[in-house]
Design a protein around this ligand. Structure first.
Ligand SMILES: Nc1nc2c(c(=O)[nH]1)N[C@H]1C(S)=C(S)[C@@H](COP(=O)(O)O)O[C@H]1N2
Ligand SMILES: [Mo]
Length: 196
């Protein structure tokens, strides 16, 4: 695991690297299955469940306030990448267009290709979360989730759904793909919430 691409954090960076993680300079691709083929014209992000149903196109997202973000990225398989630069839409701005029932406490994130992952509503609504369409100044490559992915910097990256196409608001916790397969139900890197 250690070697050319992975290194132990130096002192300056170590306070930014959660326990048991190693730094990588590259940006590995971690996908269960294949990169889905997506027609940008047909692309949709749909909201349903305990929320007023609404569908967004990519141009709807592009019409929302755009921001640059710098965020650290922590995969539960122990690689971390610091200072990833993204452009996109803050979840707090996006959520101005969504009305959900206060009884909803969990969200299932749905994706093109069938991947799912869950997140508590409170974790989803955090100010630092965003949808990204640009990575280091270039259109988000398909393998990293283009045209649009979610980024949730404070949780392990399996919560940062690539090719996201749905937010299902739920009254109770349901398991997504990795949660069903033994991963922790929340996934906080600083607490090493890796597996359940
Ligand atoms: N749709 C989808 N999203 C996904 C995944 C996936 O397999 N499918 N893998 C997750 C995992 S485990 C990680 S670490 C990150 C990896 O993102 P990257 O491939 O851009 O590095 O995406 C997350 N989002
Ligand atoms: Mo991951």
């Amino acid at each position: 695991m250690l070697g050319k691409f992975f290194k132990k954090p130096d002192a300056e960076q170590s306070d930014r690297v959660p326990p048991g993680q190693y730094l990588t300079k590259g940006f590995p691709v971690l996908t269960y299955g294949n990169t889905p083929r997506i027609d940008i014209e047909q692309w949709q992000l749909r909201v349903w469940g305990l929320a007023k149903p609404v569908t967004f196109s990519l141009s709807d997202l592009m019409a929302m306030p755009q921001n640059n973000f710098t965020a650290d990225f922590h995969c539960v398989t122990r690689w971390s990448k610091l200072d990833v630069q993204w452009t996109g839409v803050k979840i707090t701005d996006f959520m101005r267009h969504v009305e959900f029932d206060p009884k909803a406490i969990y969200i299932m994130e749905h994706c093109y290709g069938g991947y799912t992952t869950n997140i508590p509503v409170a974790d989803f609504l955090r100010a630092e979360n965003f949808f990204a369409h640009t990575l280091f100044g270039e259109p988000l490559p398909a393998e990293h989730g283009g045209p649009l992915r979610l980024v949730v910097p404070h949780l392990y990256a399996w919560k940062s759904a690539k090719w996201i196409n749905g937010l299902e608001f739920l009254e109770r916790e349901e398991s997504g793909f990795w949660e069903r397969n033994g991963y922790h139900h929340r996934g906080e890197p600083w607490a090493e919430e890796r597996y359940s």
